[in-house]
Design a protein around this ligand. Structure first.
Ligand SMILES: [Zn+2]
Ligand SMILES: [Zn+2]
Length: 146
């Protein structure tokens, strides 16, 4: 029992995911990205206070979190560097994030941020995946379009 819990603790410490999540929060979300929605291929818009909720029902002030939002025909898909593509369910006041299935495939090896799908600025037709950190040039080819 004791050995097992020790093993778990070590694995948590060495887990690359936990180190990565802590790092992502250090970066502010750029307003100049053009993420493409995985459901309908429309460009998503930046919303500085896109997700708002009250930490406690009695709070006057709302907590807010910036994200990109598709909103094409009521599409609810969002993107941010720490969560990748996701949707939000409010139940009833606390936001509950649901990962968009099968979409978040690549992370930047330097920043740990989830890559977003966008148009290749050079060809303007091909899609590729980019790191959301503004100074970063990391990209990954899109596996669905060759
Ligand atoms: Zn959409
Ligand atoms: Zn990066």
């Amino acid at each position: 029992m004791h050995a097992l819990s020790l093993l778990r603790a070590q694995r948590t410490l060495q887990s690359p995911e936990s180190a990565v999540m802590a790092e992502v929060t250090e970066y502010t979300l750029s307003r100049h990205l053009e993420p493409i929605c995985p459901r309908d291929d429309h460009v998503m818009r930046f919303e500085a206070r896109g997700i708002a909720w009250k930490a406690l029902p009695t709070d006057r002030r709302r907590e807010t979190m910036p994200s990109y939002h598709c909103n094409f025909g009521g599409c609810s898909v969002r993107y941010d560097p720490a969560n990748g593509y996701f949707t939000v369910v409010l139940e009833p006041e606390q936001p509950y994030f649901v990962e968009e299935p099968g979409v978040n495939l690549f992370q930047c090896p330097t920043h740990g941020a989830w890559l977003y799908r966008t148009k290749d600025q050079h060809t303007n037709s091909h899609l590729l995946w980019r790191c959301p950190v503004e100074s970063c040039t990391y990209t990954h080819a899109d596996p669905t379009r060759t």
